[in-house]
Design a protein around this ligand. Sequence first.
Ligand code: 13P
Length: 254
Amino acid sequence: MSKVLIAGNWKMNGLTSDAAREATALAAGVAGVPHVHLMIAPPTSLIHPLRINLFERGIADRVAIGGQDCHANVNGAHTGDVSAEMIVDLGGSYVIVGHSERRTDHGEGDATVKAKAEAALRAGLVAVVCVGETEAERRGGETLDVLARQVSGSLPDGATVTNTVIAYEPVWAIGTGLTPSTDDIVEAHAGIRETAAGQIDDVANLRILYGGSVKPGNAAELLALDGVDGALVGGASLKAADFLAIAAAAPARN
Ligand code: 13P
């Protein structure tokens, strides 16, 4: 099985009716992408409904489910938050931490992201740790420094190539239709891998995903790049046909 992971982040989109419809559409097409791992992170409210729908259509073993965030603690007085253990309880096996929308909207810094990623590992989830530079940082030539700082500050203690995934998501490429040049993506992934090598053994096998305006039309080019081991897809993951088309464009990689 290849190491490629195509992950969908539904963000704050979807009702129970959407989970049922998307599961049906995924069931119709998932046999066409046997060469990649698939994961969908729906809103917390849909983790269980989506899981049930995937089970009913016989594809729960083909499409993993993830949370979009978790609290660092197991439980307690944290109104509105969800713990990694709760995501496991609902059938999740991944959780995204440190997404730029969390970093911006909720003021999460690297130390918070690291604590959340460690909570994910404690609960047995795979942590998908997001990093990425802003437009101003890219213009200022700071991209590689920012990525190095975020990777070294956000990776959990105990990270391995099986329990941790990194997603490179340039903030300015999210939801904008813009993507970095292919050279810039290759350079960023190489820089991330080099920094991660200080914290993770066997770093060649670490999965580093690209995210930011991935669509069926650009997926083949992006996913073929050196050091790109999959994609974290926002808007285009909301339609199973587009999500599956992106997965189909991925090369199989060991
Ligand atoms: P878009 O694919 O909509 O640009 O979003 C990317 C993203 O933020 C995934 O986490």
